[in-house]
Design a protein around this ligand. Structure first.
Ligand SMILES: CC(C)(COP(=O)(O)OP(=O)(O)OC[C@H]1O[C@@H](n2cnc3c(N)ncnc32)[C@H](O)[C@@H]1OP(=O)(O)O)[C@@H](O)C(=O)NCCC(=O)NCCS
Length: 316
């Protein structure tokens, strides 16, 4: 098999890589929007050392593989990614590339290897065949605003609370309050550090620098922010918006504030950004409460991501 290792991929290599990843994605998920080039390239160059391989196929690539070697080899797992053109599958190409990536991980001193797969695609039997175990399942949910009517939830108005909304960075007089409300998510996301007003502003700045628009709806109890939800509308593909954080501060939970702010957000986007066709959100399997809120609003399961782990020594 002709294999090229690429130390410094050129623009044409990146284009060929993206063409292959898109073809694989569309084949495994017909009808799904294709990943955009920035996503593909971000995955290849997301910081830290990488090794990249491609199998040439005519003027294009028939298969590609990458291994990411982040941080301290004694502490962090390597992450591998293998893609094979649909018409070249089941000939051992994927297994061969997996072997190269695993060898690179071992040579770098990694004892564990991570990989991601979408449920229902060949990646699942492929990874399981080589002894990968599924560590975590994350469901992505999609809501299509044109198909739901959130007005009843938007009219909930729990007594004692009022709403405020803004685009971009939080207004200065609410920045500290907002950082405190963001810290309320800590009991859901492990390792989430406490937010400060500066971190909140930096996060909003980063969204703006990417050319994306950040929308926030918050519920106030007196001067305090007790719940909020954020949606980002990408500048390049505004049809596909993303749910960012939603949280309700302990002590104010169980009053349908999460449902209320999310429904008001939908109404707002409907007026302001009618070009948004779908909003995507991820809920890890253990967050039953947020899943219930999202289902009540009309979010439906779209994709299931699986995170897999194997010991490097067990791989081919
Ligand atoms: C997953 C993928 C890389 C497999 O590539 P491939 O070249 O077809 O894999 P191989 O031919 O080396 O398969 C090796 C073994 O994996 C298992 N396997 C692979 N595809 C399978 C499928 N569709 N159904 C059941 N088992 C499968 C089989 O045990 C196979 O051995 P066999 O053909 O002798 O039965 C390919 O389907 C792909 O590109 N998928 C999309 C990209 C992706 O999701 N990558 C993430 C995983 S890193």
């Amino acid at each position: 098999m002709d294999i090229r290792e690429m130390d410094e991929p050129e623009d044409a290599d990146l284009d060929a890589w993206h063409t292959l990843v898109s073809a694989a994605h569309l084949h495994d998920h017909p009808g799904d929007p294709a990943p955009d080039p920035a996503q593909t390239i971000g995955r290849i160059f997301g910081g830290g050392a990488r090794r990249l391989w491609a199998v040439p196929h005519g003027d294009a690539f028939g298969a590609v593989a990458s291994v990411w070697l982040p941080g301290d080899p004694a502490l962090r797992a390597a992450e591998i990614d293998v893609h094979v053109l649909p018409e070249l599958r089941r000939r051992g190409v994927g297994a061969y590339l997996l072997g190269l990536a695993a060898e690179a991980a071992r040579a770098d001193g990694r004892s564990a290897v991570l990989a991601q797969a979408l449920a229902g695609t060949p990646a699942v039997p492929f990874l399981e065949r080589f002894g990968f175990r599924c560590l975590l399942t994350t469901r992505s949910l999609v809501l299509r605003p044109a198909e739901v009517d959130a007005s009843a939830h938007a009219a909930l108005n729990p007594p004692g609370y009022r709403l405020i909304r803004w685009t971009g960075t939080v207004p200065d007089h609410l920045a500290v309050e907002f950082a405190q409300a963001k810290s309320a998510m800590a009991d859901h996301a492990e390792g989430e550090s406490a937010w400060t007003a500066d971190v909140v502003r930096d996060t909003a700045d980063n969204v703006a620098k990417r050319g994306d628009d950040l929308y926030t709806v918050a519920a106030l109890h007196g001067p305090k922010i007790v719940g909020f939800t954020e949606v980002v509308v990408p500048g390049d593909v505004p049809a596909r918006a993303f749910q960012y954080d939603t949280a309700v501060v302990p002590g104010h939970r169980g009053r349908r504030i999460g449902l209320w702010v999310k429904a008001v957000m939908l109404d707002w986007l409907g007026e302001e950004r009618p070009e948004v066709v779908e909003i995507e959100t991820d809920n890890s399997d253990d967050n039953a409460h947020m899943l219930a809120v999202n289902e009540a609003l009309g979010y439906r399961p779209a994709r299931e991501f699986r995170e897999y782990l194997a010991q490097a020594a067990d791989l081919p």
